[in-house]
Design a protein around this ligand. Sequence first.
Ligand SMILES: Cc1ncc(COP(=O)(O)O)c(C=O)c1O
Length: 357
Amino acid sequence: MLSDASLGRSHRSKPGKAKLKAVIDECRAILGLPDDYRIGIVPASDTGAVEMALWSMLGARGVDLFAWESFGAGWVTDTVKQLKLEDVRIFKAGYGQLPNMNQYDGSRDCVFTWNGTTSGVRIPNADWIPADREGLTICDATSAAFAMDLAWDKLDVTTFSWQKVMGGEAAHGMIVLSPSAVERLETHTPPWPMPKIFTLAKGGKLIEGIFEGATINTPSMLAVEDFLDTLAWGKSIGGLKGLILRADANAASINDWVERSDWITHLAVDPATRSNTSVCLIIKDAWFKTLGDDDQAATAKKVATLLEQEGVALDIGAYRDAPAGFRIWAGATVETSDLQALFPWLDWAFAQVKASA
Ligand SMILES: Cc1ncc(COP(=O)(O)O)c(C=O)c1O
């Protein structure tokens, strides 16, 4: 795989730039992006991509922020505490719920996360975004891209990273811009200092090179090669359709087990909002519910630790700010048969921990 990798060369050399451009072109093809949307590789993974959008584009009009778990809450903090924007409306929901997205009327900018990775709650669609909106929609789609149908006509800025559904190595993020987003970049000058790694426009013009593979700073060409390999795999299994089918089948197999279980359930309350990538589960067992918060967290942790010790599952504990439970990755790189092998182990581990309590 590495025989023709552009390693030990400048990323600005002809072969280096061609590799970066290939990442852009392959993403465009698999995701089915409209021809007039730009797609660029930018610094600092998904966080870098979201923050460069917030820093570059917000402030031109009021902004509506929708948050229902930790990552969405982070974008609220950026907007309110870092950028100190005042004309802000915040729509929040707790873990497991979605705020009423219909509160967005299109007159303002809007920031939201397509798939809340730490609660396993996703928006089922983008029907709540008016087609004739005046504001920009800025969507963190990092655990949604390549696993869910993203409504490109409703998204002005979309970001994601390489290491989620496609299973690449973490490095740069990706940013997708609609023509309206480009117009904002070319007409709006933010009042705050702009770090070089967030700069998408200069002198009222978009820096087009970024969208042709001339990255702002130096990427890992090894990670680039790895991502190209994952994209080739994605294409080989049927592109976006194949990727979505795999994630859907994985999520369905988890759901089948949950439905049969007497001790576990979904954190996402409404089935229509349940993620097909980051499936978050909580414990509904009657004994478990009598425990205090700390003991509940310790119990879930013991189950995860036991499975790790047995070499069965790694990193399946709930995110640190989320309710105690488990988060099982169901993205396209996961084999359904591996998930099916996991379920009896989870039943066993919980029974062990409960019996020894
Ligand atoms: C919804 C969401 N946003 C942002 C991030 C941060 O991603 P990155 O580490 O690529 O910056 C994550 C990581 O899990 C995420 O799931």
